[in-house]
Design a protein around this ligand. Structure first.
Ligand code: AMP
Length: 116
C-alpha cells in the first residue's frame, strides 16, 4: 500500500526490525530511536496519510494501533514502568512519513515534550 518508505517495509522491499505483526498492524523499530525502545506501529492495508485524513470508518483500525502498542509494551516487559505513544500530524508536529503511524517510546524516564 502507498509509496512511502513504510509501504516498502510492509512489502518487505527494504529491511526493518519487525517486532510485532497481526492481520492489520505491523510494528518495527524506528531507524533513529528517540528512546531506548522506539517502535512504530502502522496499518498494513489501509492508506491513511495523516490522522487528519482518518474518518469514522478508521476508528477500529486506529484503536487497533493503540492496542497493538499496548500489547507489545506488555509483552516486552515495558508496561509496568510505563511508556508513551505519540502520533505526529503534519508539519508542526514534524511528521515526515505520510503513512499514519503510532510511536511507542519506552525504556527510560522520558523528558518533557510539546514545547515549541
Ligand atoms: P514522523 O516524524 O512521526 O513522521 O515519524 C517517522 C519516523 O520514521 C521517524 O522517527 C523516522 O526515524 C522513522 N523512519 C524513517 N525511515 C525509516 C525506516 N526505513 N525504518 C524505520 N524507521 C524509519
Amino acid at each position: 500500500m502507498g509509496d512511502t518508505i513504510f509501504g516498502k517495509i510492509i512489502r518487505r522491499e527494504i529491511p526493518a526490525t519487525i517486532v510485532y505483526e497481526d492481520e492489520e498492524i505491523l510494528g518495527f523499530r524506528d531507524i533513529a530511536p528517540q528512546a531506548p525502545v522506539h517502535v512504530l506501529f502502522i496499518p498494513k492495508h489501509r492508506p491513511i496519510p495523516t490522522l487528519d485524513d482518518a474518518t469514522a470508518a478508521d476508528a477500529e483500525l486506529l484503536g487497533r494501533l493503540m492496542l497493538a502498542a499496548a500489547r507489545h509494551a506488555r509483552e516486552a516487559g515495558l508496561a509496568e514502568d510505563g511508556y508513551r505513544v505519540v502520533m505526529n500530524c503534519r508539519e508542526h508536529a514534524g511528521q515526515t512519513v505520510f503513512h499514519v503511524h503510532l510511536h511507542l517510546l519506552a525504556g527510560a524516564p522520558l523528558g518533557h515534550f510539546g514545547t515549541p
